[in-house]
Every structure is written in C-alpha cells, then in structure tokens.
Design a protein around this ligand. Structure first.
Ligand code: SF4
Length: 150
C-alpha cells in the first residue's frame, strides 16, 4: 500500500508495507479469489464425494471467514493509521517525530521491539544496519534486494 504519490508506506520499525501480505493486500485478494473458486467450482457439492472430511465442513462458515478476510485482513500501514494501535515502536517513534527507528539515538538500548520476539530482534538489527541511510535509500535498497519483508 502507498501513500500519496508513489511514496511507499514504511513503519518506523522498518517494515515496508508493500512487502507485507497484509499491507500489500495479498491476503485480502487471496481470500476473495478463494471464495470465488469455492463458489464457482461448487466445492461444497463435491467435497463429500472426495473424502469423508468433506462431509463435516461448514461451508457457510468458510465463506463467512473468507469474506471477513476480504474486508478486514488489509492493513493501510502505520503512516495511514493502520498497524497495531498500541505498538510501542509506533507510539514512541511518533512522539519523537522519527520516520524510522534507525534515526533514533536510543536504538541500542531500546526495549520496544521486545514484544515482537525474535522477529523484533531481526527488525532492530535491520534498523542498526540502516544507520545513516535516508528513508528513501532504505526503501530502495529493500525493493532492489528482496521482496519477502514483513
Ligand atoms: S526508542 Fe527509538 S528505536 Fe526505540 S521505538 Fe522509540 S524511536 Fe524506535
């Protein structure tokens, strides 16, 4: 997901939203497609003929779940009000007026990444490596190098 113009959304933790399946819309799109296949291919009709497990599935609930994902499993990104509302990283960076935690003088001692477990440590390391790099350079480097962030 992007903000105005083509400026990619980036969380202060360094997640580039376009690389996240929730931020890119991949989850919501996949749910919509799956629902289309479910109904278009009449899967509930022939599922019981294929395997015993196919008899016990509440397909109505499956459709409801996919519809929920289509509508809500879509994150607009931290910069646009998405993301976990109480994320301490976002709250803190916003208070400090920082786009990225790599600009923060307290990064080394920061405990705000802890709630994300091992993933948080990886993100903190990424922010350490991004010291001295502008937001745009950081995004460009990720876009040129990998697409699985998030
Ligand atoms: S203290 Fe610095 S590194 Fe930690 S969350 Fe706040 S802005 Fe980011």
């Amino acid at each position: 997901m992007t903000t105005d113009s083509d400026k990619p959304e980036v969380g202060p933790c360094g997640i580039v939203c376009g690389f996240c399946p929730l931020g890119s819309g991949a989850v919501a799109e996949t749910a919509e497609r799956a629902r289309g296949f479910l109904e278009g291919c009449n899967i509930p009709d022939w599922a019981p003929l294929v395997s015993e497990e196919g008899c016990g599935i509440d397909w109505h609930q499956v459709v409801e779940g996919l519809e929920w994902m289509r509508r809500y499993a879509l994150c607009p990104g931290c910069e646009s009000g998405g993301g976990p509302p109480d994320c301490p990283i976002r709250v803190c960076a916003r208070e400090k007026g920082l786009d990225l935690c790599s600009f923060c003088g307290e990064l080394e001692s920061c405990g705000n990444f802890g709630w994300l477990g091992d993933r948080g440590e990886e993100m903190k390391d990424a922010m350490r490596r991004a010291r001295g790099v502008s937001r745009e350079e950081y995004v460009n480097a990720l876009q040129g190098g990998k697409s699985g962030e998030g």
